[in-house]
Design a protein. Structure first.
Length: 300
């Protein structure tokens, strides 16, 4: 018996209806205000939903992000600094209700990296994860029986783990400029990574943005936008003070690099020049003295 023409039409329409339903569901999910949290130590954010596209930024472990759009196994997200990019959906977990670790006791990683363990012991098993500086964690207990110096935490994927208390801090108070400069020196030698925003590898503007965040300042992501940002004021070279931001390039309209002045004619930055890493350079040395095009100070 031959299928009825209407049945054939319905069968032909089925893939289209499934696709339409998935698009509508994704759109509803993206506009529902539902939060997502990063569950990988560092999640690359790409310009396009393709791993062959360039990395524009990163979202670190336990960051709460907003879902803006989906495309198959990709998600277009917005990070707390208002930066947007595509990341693989496997890097994220959907949250129900409130964001991760914004209420109740929390700590953040205060070392360049920290290991999470399935039990309060560093020898029995390999770490569950190694997470970067600034990763925020929800504390379940700050007293682990018979294990002094350990915390029990709930991870963004809803599992539980243990971390050594020496790797984290519960102090979220903004730092002074002198304290920020001391923090900056902790990262000397960290490898330069294009698009990087973590202690596993920064780029130049990701590094300065992180440093200003320690002062409670949420600054734009990219160097050229940082220089034009309304939150900074212009500074002359002769008036530089520690903590001021320096911008380098072929001109004020073509800024390609940034660093932070630390006093005595020196600045700290993450650069690919000679040695691709966080390093301290002298402003009067080549090539920097000829490339400096702007200096900025964070407004009070």
């Amino acid at each position: 018996m031959r299928p009825h023409r209407n049945h054939l039409k319905r069968l032909w329409m089925l893939p289209f209806l499934i696709l339409l339903f998935s698009v509508l569901l994704a759109a509803r999910e993206a506009t529902s205000g539902t939060w997502y949290v990063v569950v990988k130590p560092v999640a690359n954010m790409y310009r396009e939903p393709n791993v062959n596209s360039d990395v524009v930024s990163q979202a670190i472990y336990a960051s709460n992000v907003t879902l803006l759009q989906t495309k198959r196994h990709w998600a277009w997200i917005r990070t707390p600094d208002e930066y947007k990019g595509w990341t693989q959906r496997a890097n994220l977990r959907k949250l129900s209700g409130q964001q991760y670790a914004v209420q109740g006791p929390a700590v953040r990683v205060s070392q360049l990296s920290a290991n999470l363990y399935r039990e309060p012991d560093v020898t029995k098993h390999a770490p569950v994860l190694t997470i970067p500086w600034e990763s925020r964690l929800q504390v379940l207990s700050d007293k682990v029986p018979d294990r002094e110096g350990w915390l029990k935490v709930r991870l963004p994927d809803a599992s539980e783990a243990f971390i050594q208390s020496g790797d984290v801090s519960s102090d979220f108070a903004p730092l002074t400029i002198d304290q920020m400069i001391s923090v900056a020196r902790k990262f000397l030698g960290v490898t330069y990574t294009w698009g990087g925003t973590s202690s596993f590898g920064f780029d130049c503007s990701g590094f300065t943005q992180m440093l200003q965040r320690q002062r409670g300042v949420i600054m734009p992501r990219d160097a050229d936008i940082q220089a034009k940002w309304s939150g900074v004021s212009e500074v002359q070279r002769k008036d530089l003070q520690p903590g001021d931001l320096l911008f380098f390039g072929r001109g004020a309209d073509h800024i390609t690099h940034t660093g932070m002045y630390i006093g005595s004619g020196e600045f700290i930055h993450d650069t690919t020049h000679e040695h691709p890493m966080v390093q301290i350079s002298k402003l009067d040395d080549a090539p920097w003295t000829g490339l400096l095009v702007a200096a900025r100070r964070i407004k009070p």
